[in-house]
Design a protein around this ligand. Structure first.
Ligand code: ATP
Length: 243
């Protein structure tokens, strides 16, 4: 069931020198949703995640569960309940799955947070939900690409975010792994975490998302259900037709 607005982005704008990476992008994310954010290369998807999570200087207003995040640094946004992953996999290859995920529970990052990070029992359940429970003590270099992507996701979830922003979790996955990832993302959502999903894998995004936002050249060109996005002529022209 879709609930109240949990993340509100209003007129988010980012410039890099003379380049307008993002121009006044607004949309709301409701509790219990998976919202996809798609667009061609350079459309501004990662910039949007960076702006919302405090890794890029941005104009505009962001609120999480009704509280403004404006002017707050990245770690404070994390404490407020905003999780994220980074494009590409940023894992410690020789450390175990459990150790890699524990980075996400670093005490100083969560001091004074609304919700404390996961405890050991909750972490065990997270590994089950992500189907990583059989490999928690293996070094991540021994894992498949799909499992490695999920370790990154698990690290973000270990801080118990209200909303998690995922930057291309299907990168490097084949279609079987991507379908498997889709099931895991639904399970995460069903366990109570709202998801914003940036990805180029259109099959995954159309399959798993409740709503989709389309960016092109830093501007929001469409927003709607997967069916609406599929039949939107501007989207087809800007994006779907080009792939
Ligand atoms: P991709 O799908 O290729 O990851 P994207 O939609 O995530 O693309 P962004 O990476 O957000 O797009 O880039 C948006 C625009 O901002 C591009 O024109 C890009 O070149 C520019 N840009 C992004 N980061 C920087 C930066 N650190 N310095 C200068 N320009 C940047």
């Amino acid at each position: 069931p879709i609930g109240d607005v949990v993340l509100s982005a209003r007129e988010i704008g980012v410039r890099y020198g003379g380049v307008v990476a993002l121009a006044d992008v607004s949309f709301d994310v409701h509790e219990g949703e998976i919202v996809g954010l798609i667009g061609p290369n350079g459309a501004g998807k990662t910039t949007f995640i960076d702006a919302i999570s405090g890794f890029a200087d941005a104009r505009g207003t962001v609120a999480l569960a009704g509280r403004t995040l404006d002017g707050r640094r990245a770690f404070r946004r994390s404490r407020a309940g905003l999780g994220r992953t980074f494009q590409g996999i940023d894992l410690y290859d020789d450390l175990s799955v459990r150790e890699n995920v524990a980075v996400g529970t670093t005490a100083s990052l969560h001091r004074g947070a609304d919700r404390p990070p996961l405890d050991a029992a909750q972490m065990g359940r997270l590994f089950e939900v992500l189907h990583l429970d059989g490999v928690v003590d293996r070094p991540v270099r021994e894992l498949s690409q799909g499992q490695r992507q999920l370790v990154s996701v698990a690290r973000a979830l270990a801080g118990r975010p209200k909303v998690v922003l995922l930057d291309e979790p299907a990168a490097g996955l084949d279609s079987t792994e991507s379908i498997w990832l889709g099931h895991r993302l639904r399970a995460i959502r069903d366990a109570g975490t709202t998801i914003v999903l940036v990805d180029h894998d259109m099959d995954l995004v159309l399959d798993v998302c409740d709503r989709i936002v389309v960016l092109d050249l830093g501007t929001r060109i469409a927003i709607g259900t997967p069916a609406e996005i599929r039949s939107d002529s501007e989207v087809t022209r800007a994006y779907l037709g080009a792939t």
